[in-house]
Design a protein around this ligand. Structure first.
Ligand code: ADP
Ligand code: MG
Ligand code: MG
Length: 886
């Protein structure tokens, strides 16, 4: 054992730690130390470090003497500050024991309050405070929490007793119970512990303390915590800290209270204090839904149409203290804070602060506002917004013209609209989601055990809980729409249905929730494209100012092209021509082409397709108005276009004028064992040059038409897929060049074009220097490149990739997030070799990864010129590209 320091004290304007020590002290401990240093009222306490947690697990889970000594010293310091003694029968000091990891983490041990009470100290507390009711209320809470959290005793047992007694004493709320009632309840609680656990409730305060500390460390390895760490990429070695803090009491009567608040509205970002409090209450009463919490501000009360008085009204002096402190905190942390506080006899005490979780909408507004308030600069603003979270803003909203049947109303806990089938448990949510169903998780209220189910749900609906309930906070963090506290909802999760004001909805039926209004609607409701706020546009503008990577889109329909332009794309990085072949009026001609036995026959069919493709391109080029457009020539294996059903086969046979048996024979001929590695990509162009020739002609003719009409050049980039050798590209490039020449001769238009290739085979990456002799640009097709690098079929990998991730072989699905090590190595080689041959070769990425923030960062570092992604991800890519450069 080294002389390592494991215990850090805080309180009374002094602290051994500060906010920069989050890794060591955990988020809660570091901020308690910081607040204390700032001179804010923080009850004194100490933090046992995360390093000790790691040490503890590596050393047989024992508490060494050195730690016990450090704790004893820290304890005495607190006793001196407060003027009370831990375990003293006349003047007892009480503690809260609180867990606190680096990042706030559901699944960790719940806080134990009022630790240090026993049959003797409770008398001292009653005597000293002159408030017996308060003393016994604290004791019954302590027994309840300690038994549940440390002794592993189901709290349900206590609730049953409490409810029975409340009934018997005619008390409608906890606060109606008298000192004598509570004293009796304490006796019953202790008897219940004895009955269930076959031991007395611990009376030794040191045993209580170390029991609680041990429970915090143990909770680091519980299932909930482990799952949460897996979902959020948190290593187990980080450990949790334990905070032991002297108690302040919100349950001392009508001049005491407990509360939580955000310094700005966490849903909308509006600059207003936003929170809830309860008079004569303690700890998490506010979020537990035992009593209805009251709004802190009058405006908050009005927003919720509540008739319960606001703190601004009931405790105006305390409210002013709170306003002063929250402003100090915002200026100090330069970010929106999520705070927890307690009022003891009109004096405000701060118990926690941290950067508040917020919706994407709020993140955008707060970032822009704070730049305008000169709290942060533009770059800080960009760093404050998680690109992936913008997805929430780009989500469709409900079509206001749709006729809807609202069956219940709750709180607008997390914005956005979602439809799905009703499920009543997280397990069922996971099961159905795995089958590809969209689900809405309906619960009385959620708890940390529901995290996984919440994760896979489209939306969350709860019957109980406020804006700061577990469901609301977690849903906002996940960006999942949520309606909480829908009072009219009666959930029967045993029999799998709920009723809402007379309407019965069974598991499996579809509902829609609107997390922006709190509406619960029967059935599926059509949605509309979202309207983006001015603040959003401002952030995008700031992102564009610092961004080096260009952002293009993968699109081939006019609608997608227009959407992507509206979202600020700077060109098309991938236009997949085969997608244009599938519509009903074209597939027949495509099939005719494939079935033709002779070149003549194929050309006849291609001649029918040419004007259709040309018309498509004209439309796209007009929308893209002078921005670069990369068009990929035909890529998939031909048999993908062939008919499968008998009815389709006979239809094709008739249209083409051949026998059904011939069609079947041709389908057989085209069958491949492994089409992904078969006759596809440029291999088609090599065997059937007339197909690529037709496509090239359609592209060039369209460009000349648009140039004539608009007077603007179309920046064409014609892309040949699946090239493995320079020779392939050489042959096809000369075909494309020749086609352009003849179109130029026919139309007289001078066209602006480049010919390039996709890099999607390892051979092409490795020999990129040779390929660059022909290619004027490379576009990394990272879907196929991932597939061919791993030798892993995209279509078949789902069945075992999950297993690979669980076993820790692969951390991420490499089709979702670029494998920077392996696939990335090939990209780096190709970039280097490509540039060695052709200094100014244009480089981009057009795989699915082009919209993934981590992959975008890689592209930036690898020196690509642009990323290309699906239209709805364009804003995400713009922000991610900007952040990559910061
Ligand atoms: P969580 O991590 O779940 O937020 P906390 O450790 O913050 O748990 O504790 C929850 C609540 O318990 C706090 O918001 C506060 O109301 C109460 N609490 C914690 N420590 C104290 C204390 N020293 N005095 C009074 N109340 C406390
Ligand atoms: Mg908690
Ligand atoms: Mg807290």
């Amino acid at each position: 054992m080294t002389a390592q320091k494991f215990v850090y004290s805080f309180g009374d304007g002094k602290s051994e730690g500060d906010a920069s020590m989050k890794n060591l002290l955990g988020g809660k401990g570091a901020n308690l130390a910081e607040m204390s240093k700032m001179g804010l009222p923080v009850p004194p306490g100490f933090t046992i470090t995360t390093e000790f947690c790691d040490f503890y697990y590596k050393n047989d889970k024992k508490f060494p003497d050195a730690l016990r000594k450090e704790v004893a010293v820290a304890l005495v310091k607190i006793e001196e500050k407060i003027g009370a003694k831990f375990g003293d029968e006349k003047n007892p000091l009480l503690f809260s024991v609180r867990s606190g990891a680096r990042a706030s983490m559901p699944g960790m041990m719940d806080t134990v309050l009022n630790l240090g009470l026993n049959d003797k100290t409770v008398l001292g507390l009653a005597e000293k405070s002159g408030n017996k009711r308060f003393a016994y209320d604290s004791y019954r809470r302590f027994i309840q929490m300690y038994s549940n959290v440390v002794l592993g005793f189901d709290h349900h047992n206590f609730e049953v007793i409490l409810d029975e007694k409340k009934h018997e004493f005619g008390a409608s709320a906890d606060t109606d119970l008298t000192a004598e009632n509570l004293e009796e309840i304490v006796v019953l609680f202790k008897a219940e512990v004895k009955k269930e656990l076959n031991r007395e409730f611990p009376q030794d305060v040191n045993e209580q303390l170390w029991g609680a500390v041990e429970a915090v460390f143990a909770s680091w390895m519980n299932d909930r915590a482990i799952i949460y760490r897996q979902l959020n990429d948190i290593p187990a070695s980080w450990g949790t800290a334990v905070n032991v803090q002297s108690m302040v009491f919100g349950n001392m009567g009508d001049t005491s209270a407990t509360g939580v608040a955000f310094t700005r509205n966490p849903s909308t970002g509006e600059k207003e204090l936003y929170g809830e409090y309860l008079i004569n209450a303690q700890g998490e009463d506010v979020v537990a839904g035992i009593r209805t919490p009251q709004s802190i501000t009058i405006s908050g009360k009005e927003q919720l149409a509540s008739n319960l008085p606001a703190m601004e009204e009931t405790m105006p002096d305390v409210f002013l203290q709170l306003v002063e402190i929250y402003k100090k905190l915002e200026n100090h942390y330069r970010d929106m804070q999520d705070i927890e506080f307690t009022v003891q006899n009109k004096k405000l005490w701060m118990l926690q602060t941290r950067n508040g979780k917020r919706t994407a909408q709020a993140a955008v507004k707060i970032a822009v506002d704070m730049v305008n308030e000169k709290l942060i600069d533009k770059k800080d603003a960009l760093k404050r917004i998680d690109p992936a979270s913008l997805d929430q803003l780009l989500h469709p909203t409900l079509d206001p013209k749709a006729k809807v049947q609202v069956i219940a109303k709750g709180l607008p806990a997390s914005p956005g609209a979602a439809s799905g089938i009703v499920v009543f448990s997280s397990a069922e949510a996971e099961r159905r989601a795995e089958n590809g169903d969209k689900v809405i998780l309906v619960r009385i209220e959620t708890s940390p055990e529901d995290i996984k189910g919440m994760h896979v749900s489209q939306g969350i609906l709860t019957a109980r809980g406020g804006m700061t309930s577990h469901a609301a906070v977690v849903a906002r963090g996940m960006g999942t729409p949520c309606v909480s506290g829908a009072g009219g909802l009666l959930v029967d999760h045993v029999n799998h249905f709920f009723t809402a004001n007379g309407t019965k909805v069974k598991e499996g039926e579809t509902i829609t929730i609107n997390g922006s209004t709190g509406d619960v609607i029967l059935g599926l409701v059509p949605t509309l494209k979202p309207n983006l706020s001015d603040d959003f546009q401002t952030i995008m503008k700031w992102a564009d100012e610092v961004r080096v990577l260009k952002v293009r889109t993968n699109a081939e329909t006019p609608l997608d092209c227009q959407t992507a332009r509206d979202f600020g794309c700077e060109g098309i990085g991938l236009c997949r021509t085969e997608h244009m072949f599938f519509s009903e009026d074209r597939i027949i001609s495509v099939r005719e082409m494939i079935l033709a036995e002779t070149l003549e026959g194929r050309k006849k069919a291609l001649a029918k397709l040419l004007p259709m493709q040309r018309a498509d391109f004209v439309e796209i080029f007009k929308i893209m108005a002078g921005l670069p457009v990369t068009i990929r020539l035909l890529d998939p294996p031909l048999h993908e276009f062939l008919p499968h059903k008998d009815s389709e086969i006979s239809e094709v046979a008739k249209a083409v004028g051949v026998d059904v048996s011939y069609v079947k024979h041709r389908i057989g001929q085209l069958h491949e064992q492994n089409p992904m590695l078969g006759h596809r990509g440029c291999r088609l162009g090599i065997s059937y040059p007339e197909i690529y020739e037709m496509q090239a002609r359609a592209i060039f003719e369209a460009a000349s038409i648009v140039k004539k009409e608009t007077g603007k050049d179309v920046l064409l980039e014609i892309m040949v897929p699946l090239v493995a050798t320079k020779k392939e590209l050489q042959i096809l490039k000369s075909l494309i060049v020749a086609t352009e020449k003849s179109v130029e001769q026919e139309t007289g238009a001078k066209l602006n074009y480049m010919v390039g290739t996709m890099i999607e085979l390892p051979r092409a990456a490795l020999l990129a220097d040779q390929i660059a002799e022909e290619a004027e640009f490379f576009s990394f097709g990272t879907n196929d490149l991932t597939q061919t690098t791993f030798g892993l079929s995209r279509d078949d990998s789902a069945s075992f990739l999950g297993h690979y991730q669980k076993a820790g072989i692969l951390e991420k699905d490499p089709f979702a997030e670029l494998d920077q090590e392996g696939v990335g190595a090939l990209i780096k080689i190709a970039v280097e070799k490509g540039r060695a041959t052709r200094k100014d070769i244009k480089l981009g990425i057009c795989g699915e990864h082009g919209g993934n923030p981590a992959s975008i960062e890689f592209c930036h570092k690898a020196g690509l010129n642009y990323v290309s992604c699906s239209p709805y991800r364009v804003p995400i890519a713009r922000l991610a590209a900007a952040r990559a450069g910061l």
